[in-house]
Structure formats: structure tokens, C-alpha cells
Design a protein around this ligand. Structure first.
Ligand code: MCN
Ligand code: CUN
Length: 795
């Protein structure tokens, strides 16, 4: 494993070196590695009951009748609730994050296999499950819409007949870029290449499934909800709006979360069921889904069918990219993205290249499949965008018989062009692409690999080298453009320094394993000179933290990280004034070094931040106009997103006898600006690369023609283990963000975004002797075998 640990550029270099002090171990790990994490399912309350959900066995059916009498008669059952009960409470439907409505429990029809139909609250988990089998539902089965390409056929059954006047399965059309200008460029280009590219439906499959414990206090009308949420504040506001409970009487706590990967952004019917269960029984109610419920009913990802087109000159100057996308959104449009971005940030499909024109047209449709459309480390659909452009650029290299690295380098946006406005309107903040690419080539030994490949090919062996380069847009977002259901995407942060110089920083974002307790302490430490060990990070509890929109789209560092730095500077500014009083000099005569203020020219005369904290809370007067205490609060509204980039190179070998793909090497060079904790970044990158191996080679949520989900267990939905992944080789470059206070960009999803195209490009490269230019994920042995046996395309 290659790792280099360097100090980031652009930072005060003091002895604390909290930021960039790479091997600082994670503060949260002592509890995790001892099995002392506290997850939702660890919450046990006196008198707690258990909720289990009855789910639809078929994909599309009218509900004729539901008989709950036998379940109600079960001695351990406390309540059985159906859609009809919820209709009476006005809770049968709830808004989705994209402004659609979703059934909490089906009232009229079931619209996907696994949809929530009824729930039982019982004394224990087993009794609740047993009672589900006593509920008798009569269904009138309807034809399902499974093939997304047929969803808009005039003869297709209408899935959402609950929506007023809805006569088809169309959700929205969306476009970006300039259609006419792009057409003009395509019409006069030397070379045009097009390809149909599918990004299949996959699932984030976190180790911990979704669940909650709802505790409604009837006396005080107060709801406490422990829940697997990536955005506790946003969820609280939505519960207040949906259920009509006063917001100040709702407390959402997200304790330790066993992985989210986007899947814990939406509000699921199960959470609402548990809340209703607690309201009707007057007891705390726990709902924890099982693995199969998680895989079949909560937040899927991707499911885009893309036609990619690229126009270029004969000598490899890329002129334009165009795409037409058919998006399968399942039965309810549950996409979680800023309101003005129904396709997330797919608009960055122009990639890292300086183009003359670009255009995308997308149509989103309903099908009889589970809703979702956010999850799985996508930075709001940037996975799909990067896959499209990096695949189609490789198709162009294939047609031009050009090296894919040379083609990319030739077309990169140049460092002096930043900030760079793309043809779809995004303003890339900073980037210096070629050095990142060169570093990856160097680590990989690219030229030698190509030589080795030629030798192996001559021997009939199948070795492939795949390259991908990505630019992401993370840190949603400026609140003038970005909101979720009207809530602006800014984040609060609060810092209190206690009298003895220890501190607590309170965040609105919520870690699901990203190590925020460590990195946010490091950010504050860097700014204020208190060691990270003396700074406690509080998150994931709406009663304890300031409002903000939560963790997804790798926004914690770009948004909350900026807030943490700025709140610490605010405290430091106040500390400076107090120090001037203590040292009896003017503020201008003070110098800040290593967590202390010195009198300029007299380093002996100094006070530490700890001295100042005691003074701020102590007896005696403070300078004129200064209140006691040492704390501050801020709400940070970013002026732009941050645009990390990276260069990935993958080497695969394919067994010609079994078509099994083996990832032999993978080199990832990431640039996320200023690096706060290199070890954590590396962990994030390793994880994302593993995601990539899963998606490129193994993972897919498939359905049969009746709409039965074929990926409902980890026996069928394959995720990679240590056996399927190589020893990752990582490197980095540092191009700070010009508008972020410490220059940091997000990194949590970069590797998931960048690795699938590198792997697929490598597999397709290995299959070049067969004349293959494209093959769709997941590249399982059977798919690769089929590709190898297919009619060879012209080279
Ligand atoms: N970091 C850093 N220096 C930078 C950028 C980030 O040291 N320049 C650190 C951060 O301080 C943070 C971590 O890297 O500890 C990730 O930061 P960031 O990129 O801001 O991403 P978020 O914290 O917002 O995490 C969200 C991102 C997303 S959207 C998904 S999906 C995903 C991911 O994180 N889900 C994860 N990584 C995950 N990792 C784990 N273990 N579990 C998940 O569910
Ligand atoms: Cu797209 S998954 Mo992450 O943004 O929580």
C-alpha cells in the first residue's frame, strides 16, 4: 500500500499541527473496537413494544380487503394498524423529499413488492412478526410496469392513479445545457461516437439496517425519536409538518449509525409507523427492519439508462457531450436532492474537460419498484454523470485509436481557466488536473503496464488497464439555489470553551462512520490552539445541536467544516480582546502563535487560550463591551460548492476460461483540497473504491417480469469482501478550495464516484481483442462471458 503523509499547503505551521496531522487516531474508535458503540437497536426503554411491518407480496395489486381480527386476538399484540386507520388520522400518505407523496401504508393499491401494507405492535419482536402472518389481505393482482423502457407506452398500466388526473407513468422531463448549440457542434464534428450505457439499480446496503425507537409522551405531548437518520434536524422539521406535532416538542436523536451511504437520508414509512404505534399505545415502540426489508424497500440508487454521445475532431479534441437519460424512479418519486435539481447534480456530466457545448435531456418515470434514487455515495447523481462521461470518452479513445490518458490530458480544463464555468452552468472552484493524472500514472507505472499488456496479449492473456478522471461537485449548497423542501442548505455550529480551557463543539451534521468526532475537533484545534483531545464533538441530537441540513453529498466538510473553522475564529477574536486586557496592550500589538497570544517583539509576555478561557469566566472586569464566557455560534451558508477531483487507474486480469474478472491493482490519486486527516481520507477512499468493485463487478437489484425483487438477501445481492479487492494504492495532490475558510473540499463519495468507470474501462480494455467497446455493469462472469462470445464489433 502506498501512502504519503505530507503537510497540506496553505496552513499555519504550528506545533499543534492538528490539521493534516495524519496519523491522529480516531476519537470514536475506542468505543467502536470494544463493541461499545450505541446504535438505535441498543436503545432499550422500560415498557418498550416492538413494531413489525406487513409488506406486499406482489408488485402491483388492488387491495380488496384486509382482515386483522386474528392478529388482534394474538395475546401479545397491542395494536394492528392498516392504511384505513392511518387515513382516519390523516397520516396514510406523506410527502417525499422531492415533493411527491408516498403511502405510509397502502390504502388503495400496492405499487411495489415489499410496500408497507399494515403494521403490528406487540410485546416482543417475535410476537410482532408472528402476528403479521395472521393478517389476511385479499389482493386483485394488476399487470406491473417493470421494464422502464415500456413505462410510457400508451398501453402501460397507470401506477399512480392516486394522483389527480394522472393517466401515464411520466414524472418529469428535465434538461440542461444548450440543445441547439450542441446540435451545431455535433453536426460539424469530424467524429461522433455514441453508446447506450446503463447504470443499474444498486443498494447502499449499510451494515446497520434502518430503524427507530419512538417514544411519545402523552402527558407532555413530546416525541423523542432515536432514529437511523443522516439528517436529524431536517427530519424533525418534516415530522412537525407531516404529523402536525409542534417542532419544539420533537427531539430526534441519531446515535451511532452503522453506515448510511445515503440510504438514511429519506424518511421511511417504518419511522412513521413506529411513531403512530407509540401514539396509539402510549408506550415506546421500536422498529428495526431486517436485511431483506432493507434491500427491497429502502433507498435504492442509480437506475439510469443513458444514451451518451461525444463529438470530437479527428486529432482528439473533444468538442461536445450530449446525453439522453431515462430514469427509473420506482413507484414514488423519493429522490433526495435540492428542490431545483430533480436529477441531482447530474449536470456535471461534462466531466473534467473544456467543451464547446453540452446538452442533457432526461425523462423520469414511475415503475412498480421500490422508491429511492439518492442513496449510495453518489454526491447527488454524480456517480451516474462521471460514469457516463468517462465511459464515452473511452469509447472515443477506442474509435480514435488513441491512448485514453493522452485523450484526457489533451482535453483537461487548464489550471488558469479556474474558476471554470461549465456548459451546463456549474462553476468549478479550483483544479489542477494534469499533475493529479501524472501522479497516478507514476504510481501505476503506466508505460510499463502497457508494455506488459502487449506481451500478455501476444500470449492470449486478457489484461486490461482502465483510466478514469473525475470532478465532483460537493457541499450543497448556497441557499440561494439549494434547499430541501424549502429548508435552505446551510449549517449551524456552536463552540463553547469551558473555564479550564476544554471545549465542546456542536454540529448540525451527523456522522455515520466518517470520523467527525475526530476531524471536527482537529479543525477547531487548528484554529484555536486547544489540543483535539480536549475538544468534544457533539452531533446527532436536535436538542443538543444547532439547526442544519445534515450529512450527505459529502457536504459536512465543505459546509459544516467551514462553519467549525469560522466559529473557532470568532471565539479567537474574542479571546484576542480579552488577552489584550490581560497583557495590557492594544489588540494590534498581539500575535497569535501556538494557541497563545504574545506581545509582538516580547514572546515572554503571553497568555494561552486556556488562561484566556479562565479569565473569560473568572472574577474581575473584562475589557469594555466584552461579555463573560468564551463561546460563539454561527450559521454558514457556502458561497459555492467545492469541486474535488481525482485520477484512478485500474488493472484487471480476466480468466479466459471462466470470464472471472480479477482486480489486480488499483491506483487512486485524490485531490480534496486541504486534507484534515489523511488517515480518515484514506479510509474513505478505500471504502469508496470497494463500493466501486461491488458496482462494477457484482451488485445489482434485479427484478423478474412480475416485479419480484431478485436481490432481497446478501446471498443474491453480492457485495465485495476483502477477497475481491486488491491492496489499494493511494496518493494525493492538494488544490485548496479558494472560498472554503481552510481550503478543504469533500471526499466521502469521491472514490465511489470515480472507481466504477475505471474498473469498467479496464474490463473493456482487456476485452479489446474481441472488438468490444462497451459492456454494462455489473460485469459478472456470465456477462463478460456473453460479451466475449458476442459478435465482434469493428475495431
Ligand atoms: N475529510 C478530511 N479532509 C478533507 C475532506 C474530508 O479529513 N479535505 C474527512 C472529514 O473530516 C470527514 C470525512 O473525511 O471525517 C468525510 O468528509 P466529507 O467528505 O465531508 O463527507 P461527509 O462527512 O459529509 O460524509 C458523507 C459522505 C457520504 S455523502 C456518504 S454517502 C458516505 C461517506 O461520507 N457514507 C459513509 N462516507 C461514509 N463512511 C462511512 N464510514 N459510513 C458512511 O455511511
Ligand atoms: Cu448520495 S449518498 Mo451520500 O450523499 O449520503
Amino acid at each position: 500500500m502506498t501512502t504519503t503523509d505530507e503537510r497540506p499547503a496553505g496552513f499555519e505551521k504550528n506545533d499543534h499541527k492538528p490539521v493534516g496531522h495524519g496519523r491522529m487516531l480516531r476519537k470514536e474508535d475506542p468505543r467502536f473496537i470494544r463493541g461499545k458503540g450505541r446504535y438505535v437497536d441498543d436503545v432499550q426503554l422500560p415498557g418498550m413494544l416492538h413494531c413489525a411491518i406487513l409488506r406486499a407480496p406482489v408488485a402491483h395489486a388492488r387491495i380488496v380487503s384486509i382482515d386483522t381480527s386474528a392478529a388482534e386476538a394474538h395475546p401479545k399484540v397491542k395494536a394492528v394498524v392498516t392504511g384505513a386507520t392511518l387515513t382516519g388520522l390523516g397520516l396514510a400518505w406523506m410527502p417525499t423529499l422531492s415533493g411527491d407523496v408516498q403511502a405510509v401504508l397502502a390504502t388503495d393499491k400496492v405499487r411495489f413488492q415489499g410496500q408497507e401494507v399494515a403494521f403490528v405492535v406487540a410485546e416482543d419482536r417475535y410476537a410482532a412478526r408472528d402476528a403479521l402472518e395472521l393478517i389476511d389481505v385479499e389482493y386483485d393482482v394488476l399487470d406491473p410496469v417493470i421494464d422502464v423502457r415500456k413505462a410510457l407506452d400508451p398501453s402501460a398500466p397507470v401506477i399512480r392513479d392516486d394522483l389527480d388526473g394522472k393517466r401515464n407513468n411520466h414524472i418529469f422531463d428535465w434538461e440542461t445545457g444548450d440543445e441547439a448549440a450542441t446540435e451545431a457542434v455535433f453536426a460539424s464534428a469530424d467524429v461522433v461516437v455514441s453508446e447506450d450505457i446503463v447504470y443499474p439499480r444498486v443498494h447502499p446496503a449499510p451494515m446497520e439496517t434502518c430503524g427507530c425507537v419512538a417514544d411519545y409522551d402523552r402527558i407532555d405531548s413530546r416525541l423523542t425519536l432515536w432514529s437511523t437518520s443522516q439528517a436529524p434536524h431536517a427530519h424533525r422539521t418534516l415530522y412537525a409538518i407531516v404529523a402536525g406535532l409542534p417542532e419544539h416538542k420533537i427531539r430526534v436523536i441519531s446515535p451511532d449509525i452503522g453506515g448510511g451511504f445515503g440510504g438514511k437520508v429519506p424518511i421511511y414509512p417504518g419511522y412513521v409507523c413506529a411513531i403512530v404505534g407509540s401514539i396509539v399505545t402510549g408506550k415506546p415502540v421500536k422498529w428495526m427492519e431486517d436485511r431483506s426489508e432493507n434491500l427491497t424497500s429502502t433507498g435504492f440508487a442509480r437506475d439510469y439508462i443513458m444514451r451518451g454521445e461525444i463529438a470530437a475532431t479527428r486529432d482528439g479534441r473533444i468538442l461536445a457531450v450530449r446525453t439522453n437519460v431515462l430514469a427509473d424512479h420506482g413507484a414514488f418519486n423519493g429522490v433526495a436532492a435540492p428542490v431545483k435539481y430533480p436529477a441531482g447534480f447530474f449536470g456535471v456530466f461534462t466531466g473534467s474537460y473544456d467543451l464547446q457545448a453540452a446538452y442533457c435531456k432526461m425523462t423520469a418515470v414511475y415503475t412498480n419498484k421500490a422508491p429511492g434514487g439518492v442513496a449510495y455515495a453518489c454526491s447527488f447523481r454524480i456517480t451516474e454523470a462521471v460514469y457516463l462521461v468517462e465511459r464515452i470518452v473511452d469509447c472515443l479513445a477506442y474509435e480514435l485509436k488513441m491512448d485514453p490518458v493522452e485523450l484526457r490530458i489533451k482535453n483537461f480544463i487548464q489550471p488558469e481557466q479556474f474558476p471554470y464555468r461549465t456548459k451546463t452552468g456549474w462553476l468549478y472552484d479550483s483544479g489542477d488536473y494534469e499533475p493529479t493524472m501524472r501522479k497516478a500514472l507514476e504510481i501505476a507505472g503506466y508505460d510499463d503496464l502497457r508494455k506488459e499488456q502487449a506481451e500478455r496479449r501476444a500470449r492470449g492473456e486478457l489484461m486490461g488497464i482502465g483510466v478514469a478522471f473525475f470532478t465532483e461537485a460537493v457541499g450543497a449548497g448556497p441557499r440561494k439555489d439549494m434547499d430541501i423542501l424549502g429548508l435552505g442548505m446551510a449549517d449551524g455550529c456552536e463552540l463553547r470553551v469551558h473555564p479550564t480551557g476544554k471545549a465542546v463543539v456542536r454540529l448540525s451534521v451527523q456522522s455515520q462512520g466518517q470520523g467527525h468526532e475526530t476531524t471536527f475537533a482537529q479543525i477547531v484545534a487548528e484554529e484555536i490552539g486547544i489540543p483535539p483531545a480536549d475538544i468534544d464533538v457533539v452531533h446527532g441530537d436536535t436538542d443538543q445541536t444547532p439547526f442544519g441540513l445534515g450529512t450527505y453529498g459529502s457536504r459536512s466538510t465543505p459546509v459544516s467544516g467551514a462553519a467549525a473553522a469560522l466559529v473557532a475564529r470568532k471565539v479567537r477574536d474574542k479571546a484576542r480582546i480579552i488577552a489584550s486586557g490581560m497583557l495590557e496592550v492594544s489588540v494590534a500589538d498581539l500575535e497569535w502563535v501556538k494557541g497563545a497570544f504574545h506581545v509582538k517583539g516580547d514572546p515572554e509576555k503571553s497568555v494561552t487560550i486556556q488562561d484566556i478561557a479562565m479569565r473569560a469566566h473568572g472574577a474581575g472586569d473584562l475589557p469594555e463591551g466584552i461579555e463573560g464566557g468564551l463561546e460563539a455560534q454561527i450559521c454558514y451558508n457556502p458561497e459555492n460548492l467545492t469541486y474535488p477531483h481525482g485520477a484512478y487507474i485500474c488493472v484487471v486480469d480476466i480468466d479466459p476460461g471462466t470470464a472471472q474478472v480479477k482486480v489486480r491493482r488499483f491506483v487512486a490519486v485524490d485531490d480534496c483540497g486541504t486534507r484534515i486527516n489523511p488517515m480518515i481520507i484514506e479510509g474513505q477512499v478505500h471504502r469508496g473504491l470497494t463500493d466501486g468493485v461491488g458496482m462494477a463487478l457484482m451488485e445489482m437489484i434485479a427484478f423478474d417480469e412480475d416485479g419480484n425483487c431478485l436481490g432481497g438477501s446478501l446471498m443474491d445481492y453480492l457485495i465485495p469482501t476483502a477477497l475481491e479487492v486488491p491492496d489499494w494504492e493511494t496518493g494525493f495532490t492538494v488544490t485548496p478550495s479558494p472560498h472554503h475558510p481552510i481550503g478543504a473540499k469533500g471526499v466521502g463519495e469521491s472514490a465511489t464516484v470515480g472507481s466504477p468507470p475505471a474498473i469498467v474501462n479496464a474490463v473493456v480494455d482487456a476485452l479489446r481483442p474481441f472488438g468490444i467497446r462497451h459492456a454494462d455493469m455489473p460485469l459478472t462472469p456470465s456477462r463478460v462471458w456473453d460479451a466475449m462470445r458476442g459478435v465482434p464489433r469493428p475495431p
